[in-house]
Design a protein around this ligand. Structure first.
Ligand SMILES: [Zn+2]
Length: 396
């Protein structure tokens, strides 16, 4: 396949040849080329496909009627509401997850990290559903699965054994949840989480909503454990609201610890809480990326599986207004999650996987501001979506 007249991220025009699922060459446009599968992009912006590094495929209600949101102030109240509501959704996990994956793919995302609830209520049922979904979607979307203790680790009896079984059954990472705010036992939870990571040789991705100095101390604890186990580059803390809420001295100490330990941060930028300051963290050498998190589920009715939208939400929240800022916003949905998730060879270069998205707009800045429909989505060298809709026969 030849993608002619693409606009590259640096603004230059190019022709991109694709062979065997990879980018074969990137050359100045107009060179003679007899490729029968030549597509003229007419100057559309071409990017490596988006990465959504934090979603919940088992929680989404996509495709089911709207489940009215049950208000609840604390994480514990929200979890209790969800444990009741999740049995009333009239579509199985597999169908809802597939509905969301279709949306993600049509919007140009070909790699996701999904957390999956593990507790005494669902046990490994949601994991088994997502393992089946992952196998069915292998050709279209790369799916990483985090065994997520949604009802706690220490305070949910038997959770540690279920998490152990989940990792043995095929989950790629071990999760965690507010060691202080939920389990009220920081060492207790982190001992179990990091011991399971070590036992199974798996990476770690912890939900941390705990704010202020408590959250800061937990972040430094996680960084220390990461270094002690040699897990640098394989640990993510999701949300880390505390980073938006620390004294300058404490922030500096915590950011340095995260950078030294290679612990990355995910932000989805919910409106009502402090959020990690993206540019300041980057200046300390911390990797930070954007992701959707909850999409049309018990936690939030919002979200649409569009990483350009998410980049814009984060940009607005961080007051990213300059051209450099808008380009950084796009990086939070592309190269930065690639770093955080350890995806080798990601990018627009000869030899890189031909997972690409073309957007009918002349620049990255305009893409983030206007979020136009995707002109073309290419997965493994094949067109899977066009003008915002999946190609015929794809993921039917
Ligand atoms: Zn989450």
């Amino acid at each position: 396949m030849l993608l002619a007249n693409a606009t590259l991220p640096d603004g230059n025009r190019a022709d991109i040849a694709i062979a065997d699922g990879r980018i074969a060459s990137i050359t100045a446009p107009g060179l003679p080329n007899a490729d029968p599968d030549r597509r003229d992009l007419g100057g559309a912006l071409l990017l490596p496909a988006f990465i959504d590094g934090h979603i919940h495929l088992d929680k989404t209600h996509m495709g089911a009627p709207l489940v009215p949101h049950v208000p609840g102030g604390s994480v514990r109240e929200r979890i209790a509401a969800e444990r009741v509501a999740r049995h009333g959704v009239p579509l199985p996990v597999e169908a809802r997850a597939a509905n969301l994956l279709r949306r993600l793919l049509a919007n140009g995302t070909t790699r996701v990290r999904s957390h999956v609830d593990i507790d005494n209520d669902v046990k490994l049922a949601n994991l088994e559903a997502l393992l089946a979904v992952r196998a069915a979607w292998k050709r279209l979307v790369d799916i990483e699965i985090v065994a997520f203790p949604q009802s706690g680790v220490v305070s949910e009896s038997g959770a540690a054994d279920l998490l152990d079984a989940a990792l043995a059954a095929g989950a790629d990472l071990i999760g965690g949840l507010d060691p202080d705010g939920f389990d009220h036992d920081v060492s207790g939870q982190l001992d179990i989480v990091f011991a399971l990571a070590e036992k199974h040789g798996k990476a770690v991705d912890i939900h941390l909503h705990d704010g202020g100095e408590t959250g800061g101390a937990e972040l430094r604890d996680i960084a220390a454990r990461t270094q002690a186990l040699g897990l640098q580059g394989r640990v993510v803390v999701s949300h880390a609201f505390a980073l938006g809420d620390l004294s300058p001295e404490s922030f500096g100490k915590t950011a340095q610890a995260l950078a030294r330990a290679g612990v990355a941060i995910m932000t989805s930028s919910p409106a009502a809480v402090p959020v990690p300051p993206v540019k300041t963290l980057r200046s300390h050498g911390v990797t930070i990326f954007a992701a959707s998190d909850n999409i049309r589920d018990c936690w939030s009715p919002f979200g649409n599986g569009d990483m350009l939208d998410r980049a814009a939400i984060v940009a607005a929240r961080q007051e990213f207004y300059s051209n450099d800022d808008l380009r950084l916003a796009l990086d939070l949905a592309t190269v930065e999650p690639a770093k955080a998730l350890g995806i080798a060879g990601y990018g627009l270069a000869p030899g890189a996987p031909a997972d690409l998205v073309a957007i009918d707009t002349p620049s990255i800045e305009e893409a983030v501001i206007n979020r136009p429909p995707r002109k073309l989505v290419i997965r493994d060298g094949e067109v899977v979506a066009e003008n915002g809709a999946l190609a015929a026969g794809v993921a039917a």
